[in-house]
Design a protein around this ligand. Structure first.
Ligand code: AGP
Length: 615
């Protein structure tokens, strides 16, 4: 949801900004822009609003700017919230005097009332964005004679909403001032230069040390270092964190796109997520925890909150935790959890699942859970992300950076991590013997090689996608843990190929969705060999009777369920609760090929951003 980057210090140049934006593009690509300042007190702005071509065109325009004597710069890639994608709405936004520039990620919720006030004072606006309010608000404060830093501190107190922004001014050449509130923002340095950015990949090749800012912090960044201030104006500190991602892991490394690379990275991502978690017979360890096993033993209910693909991983976890611990598990879409009255108390464990650890809805749900006194755990991929720092305990997926907007490797890594959590809880609740946990862990660590077998079907799945590429509608059906897999298959297809696709519990088909079935529909049935196999076969018969095409995802020996003209994609048979780890992979590949066949950009699907830091 918008990517921001800033640089200050010796040898700063505009290409550092566009290179950083390239790695932040997954956060939005409605427009791209930057501002650089020079030691003689000049400022240059470049902006392009041409959809997915914006950044390439900005790179071209920027190449004309001389790097000599640049002292600072800020860059932005936009995912439009307030104001349609257009040049006037592209960041950075200037004040009336054109001496001050701002980039923002987030939303200034009270921007309308602030804008009215500023217009009454004579400020002239040139965009529809909430961000431009920040520029004029800072200008207004600075007119009273205060510094840029003081203006940011004062203005931040007047703005509501989750946001991070960076400002620079020709009255403070060589200084960037950043503000962070519930929207990601990190700081990095290589000794000579300091950086501020929405995410690690933006500065991964530039910085050698990385720091977090707490919420409501204001940071003044110059070539000499960073000064941080808390909401009350007192000096505060940044926290250094270690980044073990390699630059390679944030590049395409020979693949045509990030999505295919990340699909193929799944065996490694899952292996890394599972490795070394079993310490002693039946003992699963969190990465960080302030919850003791005694505290966990008192838990009588689990509540999982997440969005999108992470929600589907959470749904798999619900089945596993209930089965292995006999505790009730509730599951909620994060944006629903926070606005109802969830029944949560100190004996509830709230599990927030999020790749980014920054999704605003889930972060807010986690805050709400803490306010209600629950024990909390975050399952995140980004080390040191807001959720990881807020929750009482953290279980990291070790999938490495995921750049493709459609989550793939982090999804299977999330399921792996959540299954570990389920096993840990079952041990504490005394529901499984240590030897049973050891056995299940062994089965888990064999899953990556089973995923490799599915990846070998890359080309044959492309042929299946080609066969059905002209069909109008796609329905994914499954039972038990096959249901969240069906939901995920449908989400993947929708988000990158824009084809109408829905996931349903197979038994629910007859209660309504079956009315949609005809010869233009394709039904993809999750039919692994479980105790529900025969029931799903009956559901497939119902589909067939309505002339829809059928694709079956099943195990060896089940090929006979298909009829002439139908397709069977074989996946290895594994423990039923571990099956989503394997069964979701052909659906990811199917969605990938379908999108490519339709000529879509799989890494940058329309209207989407990878990290959603607005409500
Ligand atoms: C998945 O392909 C989507 N990009 C989206 O549904 C995503 O899973 C959701 O926005 C949650 O993101 P998070 O895991 O970073 O919280």
């Amino acid at each position: 949801m918008c990517g921001i980057i800033g640089v200050v210090g010796e040898g700063s140049h505009a290409k550092q900004l566009t290179d950083g934006l390239r790695r932040l593009e997954y956060r939005g690509y409605d427009s791209a822009g930057l501002v650089v300042t020079f030691s003689d007190g000049e400022m240059q702005r470049r902006r392009v609003a041409n959809g997915k071509n914006s950044l390439s065109e900005l790179e071209l325009e920027t190449s004309e700017i001389s790097s000599e004597s640049i002292v600072s710069g800020i860059g932005h890639t936009r995912w439009a919230t307030h104001g349609r994608p257009s040049l006037p709405n592209a960041h950075p936004h200037l004040d009336c005097s054109e001496r001050l520039a701002v980039i923002q990620n987030g939303i200034v919720e009270n921007y309308a009332e602030l804008k009215v006030e500023l217009i009454e004072k004579g400020h002239i606006f040139s965009s529809e964005t909430d961000t431009e309010v920040i520029s004029h608000l800072l200008e207004d404060e600075m007119r009273t004679g205060v510094t840029l830093l003081e203006a940011v501190k004062r203005s931040a107190l007047r703005m509501r909403g989750a946001m991070s922004f960076v400002a620079l001014s020709l009255d403070a050449v060589g200084e960037l001032v950043g503000f962070k509130r519930m929207a990601p923002m990190i700081i990095g340095t290589n000794g000579d230069q300091w950086f501020i950015a929405s995410d690690i990949p933006a500065i991964l090749d530039q910085a050698t040390s990385f720091f977090h800012l707490e919420d409501d912090s204001v940071a003044s960044i110059t070539k000499s270092g960073v000064e941080v201030f808390a909401k009350d104006g007192s000096r505060s500190e940044m926290t250094e964190f270690v980044v073990d991602w390699t630059l390679d892991s944030a590049e395409k490394a020979g693949y045509e796109d990030f999505m295919s690379k990340e699909i193929f990275e799944q065996p490694g991502a899952l292996r890394d997520t599972l490795a070394g978690r079993l310490r002693g017979s039946g003992e699963i360890e969190f990465d960080e925890t302030s919850i003791s096993n005694d505290d966990l033993a008192r838990i009588n209910k689990v509540f999982i909150v997440a969005c999108g693909t992470s929600f589907h991983a959470g749904m798999v976890a619900k089945y596993a935790i209930e089965h292995w611990t006999k505790m009730p598990v509730e599951l909620d879409i994060s944006s629903e959890f926070r606005y109802r009255d969830p029944v949560v108390d100190e004996r509830t464990l709230v599990v927030a699942v999020s790749q980014s650890g920054e999704t605003l809805d889930t972060l807010a749900a986690l805050h709400e859970a803490k306010n209600l006194g629950a024990q909390t755990i975050a399952v995140c991929n980004v080390v040191g992300s807001s959720m990881a720092r807020l929750a009482d305990s953290v279980l990291y997926t070790r999938a490495g950076p995921e750049v493709g907007v459609a989550a793939t490797k982090t999804h299977t890594a999330q399921i792996g991590a959540l299954l570990l959590l389920a096993l840990k809880l079952s041990r504490i609740k005394g529901q499984l013997f240590p030897s049973e946990i050891d056995g299940l862990y062994q089965e888990l660590i064999e899953i990556p090689s089973k995923i490799e077998e599915v990846l070998d079907k890359w080309d044959s799945i492309r042929s299946v996608a080609q066969t059905f590429s002209e069909r109008e509608r796609f329905y994914f059906i499954g039972r038990h843990v096959g249901f969240p897999v069906a939901l995920e298959g449908a989400l993947k297809l929708k988000e990158i190929s824009y084809l109408p696709a829905e996931g349903y519990p197979a038994g629910e088909l007859k209660h309504g969705p079956i009315a949609m079935l005809d010869k233009n529909a394709v039904v993809i049935a999750m039919a692994s060999k479980t105790r529900l196999f025969e029931k799903i076969v009956s559901n497939i018969e119902e589909v067939r009777a309505r002339d829809s095409a059928v694709i079956v995802i099943g195990n060896s020996g089940s090929e006979s369920v298909i009829r002439e003209g139908e397709y069977f994609i074989e996946v290895p048979q594994v423990h039923p609760l571990l099956a989503p780890l394997v069964d979701v992979v052909p659906l990811q590949i199917f969605a990938y090929h379908m999108a490519r066949i339709h000529g879509e950009d799989v890494d940058r699907p329309r209207n989407l951003a990878k990290t959603v830091t607005v409500e």
